[in-house]
Design a protein around this ligand. Structure first.
Ligand code: NOJ
Length: 465
């Protein structure tokens, strides 16, 4: 596929929007759904800003028709949504809940009628609470096997209509932030602490084992989907790739960025795409290294149809060094700009480098940008419109960089904007808005923002506008 114009994307490029079940569905205990670890976590005062919860969320469970119509009006040709595991298996395993399945059946009818291609994520962090209570969640192989069974079942049920499945979303986030808490650098030596459900504080050894379980769950699920889905069903993961951005685009600097990116993703993308943990990762972990077998490594690296990457910010800036690692991580300036979330260091160039480095390191057949977007202080103006000029700036800059990456040979087949509409931004609550569509959380009224106009024009022309 080749781009036709200077700012165009290849023919057939997917322009999509993304959401996840817990962040928009609501109906947390309706129609037989079991509780998830996010229901439990959000119900503990202090865990989510302003005491917000996903109990009602965007009420998408009841308003999905209106939401699909909105996506259509945005010019989206694809929709990445997640399936709520506890809606299908309220206890994580056992008998499937027909009413839960019915919701996704109805959603798929609507999407297909609107000509929107469904891309389904099987795990976007809402683990059935029953598995957390009975087995310690991802600390146990019971959960790993339960996930593979659930994935195979969902694929057998929906693969006549869903052609692309993502196994798990953002391993690094739900594992590291959920089981330890992570500090993200934001410039000037400052960091912000990020935590997610179930809000544990595991030891190094236990955390490393959970990391290993998460990639093993991906590998087993990939195999289960291949066994039970229609022939031709495509499978991959969606990971928030840690991207090391080089300061200068020369071979030496790019090699340093490659080495650093490989290390940053050691426990997730690197092992899934190479079938081995880098020696440096195991050496650094020492006696806390994960326990694994060669057979498990083979499962973890089961060949995929595509690689999904969520791209928001650079994880590091690097330059070459003489030491054995081959790179040096540079401090981030105290005046480095950020977007609306505290952690969101702004550098659109990451949208060029993430696909380029993914390609040079791992040469995947196909790449999807499974998420990219930003939070902004959106407020309706007196005329009722939402003028999110900063999001338009962000979108145009990111898509310009993505187009450059694709024109340079990165095999990117689609872009999903996070998010289709404002929603519960995990611990930051409803106040941190990522949508192309504004949601008034008192009335649940939806209003497309200025950025929605930009997205529609870009999608229609298949180009940066
Ligand atoms: C990553 C997650 O997958 C999504 O759930 C979240 O809302 C966005 N990034 C923004 O932080």
């Amino acid at each position: 596929m080749t781009a036709t114009g200077e700012r165009s994307f290849p023919e057939g490029f997917w322009w999509g929007v993304a959401t996840s079940a817990y962040q928009i569905e609501g109906a947390w205990d309706e129609d037989g759904k079991g509780p998830s670890i996010w229901d439990t976590y959000a119900h503990v005062p202090g865990n989510i800003r302003n005491g917000d919860t996903g109990d009602v969320g965007n009420d998408h469970y009841h308003r999905y028709r209106e939401d699909v119509a909105l996506m259509s009006s945005l010019g989206a040709g694809a929709y990445r949504f997640s399936i709520s595991w506890p809606r299908i298996f309220p206890e994580g395993t056992g008998r499937p809940n027909e009413k839960g399945l019915g919701f996704y059946d109805r959603l798929l009818v609507e999407l297909l009628a609107a000509g929107i291609e469904p891309f389904a994520t099987l795990y976007h962090w809402d683990l059935p609470e029953a598995l957390q209570v009975a087995h310690g969640g991802w600390q146990s192989m019971n959960t790993v096997h339960a996930f593979a069974d659930y994935a195979g079942f969902v694929a057998s049920r929906f693969s006549d209509r869903v052609r692309h499945f993502f196994t798990l979303n953002e391993f690094h986030s739900f594992v590291d932030m959920g089981h330890r808490g992570v500090r993200a650098e934001v410039g000037g030596g400052k960091t912000v602490r990020l935590a997610l459900a179930p809000g544990l504080e595991l030891s190094d050894a236990d955390l490393n084992q959970v990391r290993h379980h998460s990639v093993l769950a991906h590998g087993l699920a990939t195999r289960a989907i291949r066994e039970r889905a229609r022939a031709g069903t495509k499978v991959g993961f969606a990971e928030n790739i840690g991207t090391a951005v080089p300061i200068i685009d020369t071979p030496e600097h790019v090699s340093a960025a490659e080495a650093a990116t490989r290390d940053l993703n050691a426990a997730y993308m690197t092992v899934m795409l190479e079938g081995a943990y880098p020696d440096s990762y195991l050496a650094e972990a020492g006696s806390a290294a994960p326990r694994f077998t060669d057979e498990e490594l083979e499962t973890i690296s089961t060949p995929l149809d595509f690689v999904g990457i969520n791209v928001y910010r650079p994880s590091a800036y690097v330059e070459p060094s003489e030491d054995s690692r081959g790179y040096r991580t540079l401090p981030v300036s105290a005046s480095h700009p950020t977007m609306g979330s505290s952690w969101h260091l702004l550098d659109p160039a990451v949208m060029y480098w993430a696909p380029r480095l993914t390609t040079s390191l791992w040469d995947p057949e196909s790449i999807f940008i499974t998420e990219n977007g930003c939070a902004a202080a959106d407020v309706p103006a007196a005329d009722g419109r939402v003028y999110d000029t900063d999001r338009v700036m962000f979108l145009r800059a990111c898509l310009t960089e993505l187009q450059r990456s694709v024109a340079g040979g990165a095999p990117v087949d689609g872009y999903f904007h996070w998010s289709a509409q404002d929603n519960l931004e995990w611990g930051d609550g409803f106040g941190t808005r990522f949508g192309l569509v504004y949601v008034d959380f008192r009335t649940l009224e939806r209003t497309p923002k200025l950025s929605a106009d930009w997205f529609r024009h870009a999608a229609q022309r298949n180009a940066v506008v």
